[in-house]
Write a protein that binds this ligand. Structure first.
Ligand SMILES: *Cc1c(COP(=O)(O)O)cnc(C)c1O
Length: 375
């Protein structure tokens, strides 16, 4: 009898589900789908143009260029800036592998700089010591949805004549000192991978910039190096935002602020109510750093035990990220194993992301808090 009651009280909480979000707008999404089929123009049609216009307006930038995914967005920006072999690009040591791969794919070398342990974003006070003649750019990542400290980063970039590229893949709608993420550097890369705060129903990405030269170049590079059909000026690639995905994104963009607001609300409740002394909480939302909590990650010295405990209670978790870039097999060739990056290592060993998604029920949020506090 007791055992049965226990089972009844146990909840199953996924790490993330897009179902509540998409159920709410399924009618709008289906309409968008039908419209694209009716118009029957599947690459670079009206929907794509309109989405680019609307997303540029949202980010308060002059240009938005749709591309195939977030990785391509970063690579195309680097290529448009003529960054390549022999160059170095500074990135945070605790980011998703895509930030590093984009640099490597151009032939340049990613240089890893440690994050601040309390914000997880690149520590701007550690950037200058790695700058040298080969350094061409800095890619701050607005990790987990929190804007990086762009003022300091832009100051350093100005001092050494470096380009700045935001990796905004996790931070759609985040605001830094009253300015939208995506408008704070020479160019920004967004991903519309389904699970991101603004996600397509498949792959997608875009570049935002106020620099017309970069805008024209990335558009050309992602379209076979061509401005005019069958005239190819450079060795381009094929990376364009699908018309169908653009149509879905237009629908979803209209709801993004509401969804982000709910994420912040859940995060605030977590931050206020999780009081286990063994658990370190992520940074708070503030007027200066308007976090959008793409990921809500806690840290604990007992991470693996905590993870196992939560999973046994029916709460799914994810580690962002379990293996730092300098320990990845793919980066063995660059001899990264010789660099000391204790913070990236520490974070990979202690970090644990807990469920946070639009449509998460109050009793589910309460349950997660209760279980963490009981650990
Ligand atoms: C998701 C992500 C990317 C890559 O985006 P894709 O669309 O999956 O290629 C790049 N950087 C960061 C920080 C990301 O989280």
């Amino acid at each position: 009898m007791l055992k049965q009651m226990k089972e009844v009280n146990k909840l199953e909480i996924p790490f993330v589900t897009l179902k509540p979000m998409h159920d709410e707008i399924s009618e709008e999404l289906e309409q968008a789908f039908r419209k694209v089929i009716k118009v029957s123009n599947y690459i670079q049609g009206e929907e794509c143009l309109l989405f680019e216009k609307e997303y540029a307006e949202y980010c308060k930038t002059e240009h938005c260029i749709g591309v195939g995914n977030g990785l391509d967005a970063l690579s195309l920006i680097l290529r448009a800036m003529d960054i390549g072999k022999g160059d170095e690009v500074i990135i945070p040591s605790n980011t998703f592998i895509a930030t590093a791969l984009a640099v490597s794919h151009t032939g340049a070398k990613p240089i890893l700089v440690e994050p601040e342990i309390d914000t997880y974003n690149i520590d701007s006070s550690k950037i200058e010591r790695v700058v040298n003649k080969k350094t061409k750019a800095i890619i701050p990542v607005h990790l987990q949805g929190r804007p990086a400290d762009m003022e300091d980063i832009n100051k350093i970039a100005k001092r050494y004549d470096l380009k700045v590229i935001e990796d905004a893949a996790q931070a759609h709608g985040a605001i830094y000192k009253d300015r939208m993420v995506g408008s704070l550097s020479d160019a920004a890369a967004f991903s519309f991978y389904p699970g991101k705060n603004l996600g397509a129903l498949g792959d997608g990405g875009c570049i935002t910039t106020n620099n017309t030269n970069i805008a024209e170049k990335v558009r050309m590079l992602g379209n076979y190096g061509s401005k005019e059909k069958y005239k190819h000026n450079v060795l381009g690639s094929n990376s364009r935002l699908d018309e169908l995905q653009a149509a879905f994104l237009r629908v979803k963009l209209r709801h993004l602020d509401k969804w982000n607001k709910e994420r912040v609300k859940i995060a605030n409740q977590y931050i206020t109510e999780i009081n286990n002394a063994q658990v370190t909480l992520p940074p708070k939302w503030s007027n200066t750093f308007k976090h959008v909590y793409h990921i809500f990650a806690i840290r604990s010295e007992e991470r693996d035990k905590l993870e196992n405990y939560l999973n046994c209670q029916g709460i799914s978790t994810v580690k962002h990220y379990p293996i730092p870039i300098h320990y990845q097999k793919a980066y063995k060739s660059l001899n990264y194993l010789n660099v000391e990056l204790p913070l990236a290592e520490e974070i990979s060993k202690t970090i644990l992301s807990i469920p946070l998604y639009y449509g998460m029920k109050k009793k589910e949020i309460d349950y997660v808090i209760e279980k963490i506090n009981n650990f």
